[in-house]
Design a binder for this molecule. Structure first.
Ligand code: 5AD
Ligand code: SF4
Length: 481
């Protein structure tokens, strides 16, 4: 385990080891030496800041980057006026890219004031060749660029940059490697994400993820279970199993295992009280999974089941491989089998060729399923995806009109679902002090709904029972009993 390693006792006089984990430990040791000297020279600690854009996968990757930086001797801070700043980027929609470009200008201002500052960029956006070109040309003050496939090499790449002084760019097209046991620094002490698989093989026609995250690879179940056991021993009570399509977990392993079987094993781990997972593709959701969820006392009453569109014609063009009727049948069956479950979803408006009648079909699904929450997105054209080359792109005003119409129904059904809980009692995992009122604590119910109630910080990480008194749209105010 990385926690047992004394990075200052690694023999740095030897050549770097070939085996990846040991190799990265070696570079962590090298950076520690470098930082020690620089820190003495400057008479201050060296600081680092990691900023995450995008999804839960990126959030978990950022914990790994933070873990490596901390092991390397950096003091982790929130502020981006730091000696190392990493942006872990997202490219699923264009506005995520634009935000990164916008903020890079601000970072350049900080860098002018601090000659030791290094700016590193990684994540999905860096897997796009056009982005790398643009950064080299217009943002040449960036020091280090790497991608999603070689994130495990971060220590080595950072050391290379520290030594060379030149911009380091290392982007891999794909990988079949999964490097285990590198340092991780969790954002929360009591909950953690765990990657169970990487990449995606689905090629939904609008989506850039398969191109930037590569082919689907599952981790070995024993690696996952060992990681969760270690987390449980470290005080983690809630885990979130992460993958682009968890329902196809394990199919390509040497000894295939289903996602439902994996969940059964996770359930047995003492100390783990709550199990979540993300994301499920409707086409692969098995009856076995529904039964495991139904029988489980630990799997949370929440299923994120992206719909994307309620129009069978659009679903076909999206290459989603289910129809409106199949989605409805599945979602309503799950509601019937597990009545207290919250079903949330993702919906895209404005896919090429989408008409107002197609949006009506989507709204019809929202009304029938009554999603507890839905993330609604305006279609964003991603270079290289099949949908980007489709001719019938929808004009902005029509997209906007459909989006607004959908959003009001989504809000109406979400509110209706939330109100059902009024007057009931729920188990809540306390997460943090309320952002706006320090006398309140904020926690989550098993169905992912937020609850605020009077309490103090000693409750953080504990499961408490709360009376749900007042529904305020999408969350509750309550009292701990
Ligand atoms: N445009 C808009 N939304 C998209 N998503 C993925 N690709 C695009 C795109 N090109 C949405 C999908 C997915 C979520 C993570 O992001 O709804 O489920
Ligand atoms: Fe993208 Fe579809 Fe894969 Fe999800 S399942 S990451 S939407 S290609």
């Amino acid at each position: 385990m990385y926690k047992d390693i004394d990075f200052d006792r690694i023999d740095l006089t030897q050549a770097p080891p070939a085996e990846e984990t040991a190799r990265q430990y070696y570079y962590i040791g090298k950076i520690r030496n470098h930082i020690r000297e620089l820190s003495e020279e400057l008479s201050r600690p060296l600081t680092a800041s990691v900023k995450t854009f995008g999804c839960q996968m990126n959030a978990r990757d950022s914990e790994k980057l933070t873990g490596i930086l901390e092991a390397a001797g950096y003091q982790i801070i929130e502020s981006e006026e730091a000696d190392v700043v990493i942006y872990n980027t997202c490219t699923v929609r264009d506005n995520a890219n634009q935000r990164v470009y916008g903020r890079l200008g601000v970072l350049n201002g900080f860098k002018k004031k601090n000659p030791h500052m290094l700016i590193a960029l990684c994540g999905c956006m860096m897997q796009e060749p056009s982005v790398i070109e643009k950064i080299k040309k217009s943002y040449s003050f960036v020091d280090l660029i790497f991608g999603t496939h070689n994130i495990f090499k971060f220590a080595e790449l950072l050391y290379t940059r520290l030594e060379s002084g030149d911009m380091v760019v290392d982007i891999w097209k794909d990988t079949d490697q999964i490097v285990e046991d590198l340092p991780v620094e969790r954002k929360y002490s009591f909950k953690s994400g765990i990657n169970i698989m990487f990449g995606c093989n689905n090629f939904c026609s609008y989506c850039i993820v398969p191109y930037v995250r590569g082919r689907e690879r599952s981790r070995e179940p024993e690696e996952i279970l060992n990681e969760i056991r270690a987390l449980a021993e470290d005080g983690v009570v809630e885990i979130m199993l992460l993958g682009q399509n968890v329902n196809s977990y394990g199919k390509n392993l040497e000894h295939p295992i289903s996602f439902a079987q994996l969940l059964r094993e996770v359930e047995k781990i003492p100390g783990i009280r709550r199990i979540r997972f993300m994301t499920s593709h409707p086409k692969d959701l098995s009856e076995e999974l529904i039964q495991v969820m139904k029988e489980s006392t630990k799997i949370c009453r929440h299923l994120h089941l992206p719909l994307q569109s309620g129009s069978t014609r659009i679903l076909k063009a999206m290459n989603r491989r289910y129809t409106k009727e199949q989605y409805l049948e599945l979602a309503l069956r799950i509601r019937k089998e597990i009545p207290d479950i919250a079903i949330t979803t993702d919906i895209i408006v404005g896919f090429p060729g989408e008409t107002p009648e197609d949006v009506d079909e989507t709204i019809d699904v929202v009304r029938q399923v009554e999603f507890d929450n839905a993330f609604t997105f305006i279609y964003s054209k991603r270079t290289g995806t099949p949908a980007a080359a489709m001719e019938n792109q929808v004009p902005e005003e029509i997209v906007k009109e459909g989006f607004d119409r959908l959003l009001s129904v989504v809000q109406e059904t979400a509110r209706k679902r939330a109100e059902v809980w009024g007057g009931q009692r729920a188990e809540v995992l306390v997460e943090e002090v309320n952002e706006h009122d320090a006398s309140l604590m904020t926690g989550r119910m098993s169905n992912n709904m937020l609850v605020h109630f009077p309490g103090d910080a000693s409750l953080i990480g504990k499961l408490v029972t709360v009376d749900l008194e007042e529904c305020r749209g999408f969350y509750y105010m309550g009292h701990k009993i």
